[in-house]
Design a protein around this ligand. Sequence first.
Ligand code: ADP
Length: 305
Amino acid sequence: MNRPLNILVLSRNPKLYSTRRLVEAGEARGHKVRVVNPLRCYMDINPIRPGVHYKGEPLGPFDAIIPRIGASITFYGTAVVRQFEMMGVFSLNESVAISRSRDKLRSLQLLARKGIGLPVSGFAYSPDDTQDLIQMVGGAPLVIKLLEGTQGKGVVLAETDKAAESVIDAFRNLNAYFLTQEFIKEANGADIRCFVIGDKVVASMMRQAQEGEFRSNLHRGGSARPIRITPEERSTAVRAARILGLNVAGVDLMRSNHGPVVLEVNSSPGLEGIEATTNKDIAGLIFEFIEKNAKPGKTKTRGRG
Ligand code: ADP
């Protein structure tokens, strides 16, 4: 029997499947699990006894926190996580790692630097460089991606160079940052979600886009099935999570002509799709990891960076 731990889940909605499952799995293993909205946590920032307060009371002490920080609250949410790190509390994913993964451009650069396979991608500021930006990724058909998008919103397939130019002009007029990217046609609208915990892929599923759609997000009507991944895909997913510094990550891969390419590394991967598809107790495996690793002061960065 493991020592019972005091765990805090930072989540805005206790009714979400992932949040509920974490509470259920933690309690089933004898731990005390509390859910608190990160937007209602406020911080006492001082050099002697940094603290986090909630509704007039100091929060804690906790053995570990599980951040489930939505993309729209990354700035405030990571500040709360960093405050817990300053207090020496173990965070399942560290604040710096969450920030890295939320910045698509920064993530791609970090992964490229370590030789991880990626769709060829381009990024430019000036409208004078649009033609070159399109050619750099092989010309049409190509993908244009808003840096801020999630769940497939803001991901556009341009079938011709002319269409790509129009989309790029439109994004520029909205002052939105975007990437151009090689279209991985050979994947036929399928990508692979690898659920990484520590140095293992604990579950994987293939998501297939609906007929007539190239984006396979389940939120966009994609369907999922369990899949056996290759050793190369396995090591790519584990390395990608490690490079960003994430203990738990959803790594999205595509099968391209030049091997597995990473599309995205998600720091708060949903549990519903992967548990339903693979029939695995992913929430339980997350707690197994916490039981092994949550020691006070074990946070690598202790809120730095
Ligand atoms: P989001 O973070 O909005 O989900 P992604 O970059 O993961 O954005 O893209 C959404 C979906 O679009 C992916 O799951 C994949 O199915 C498809 N997709 C994204 N990039 C490419 C690409 N370069 N080639 C082919 N399909 C892509």
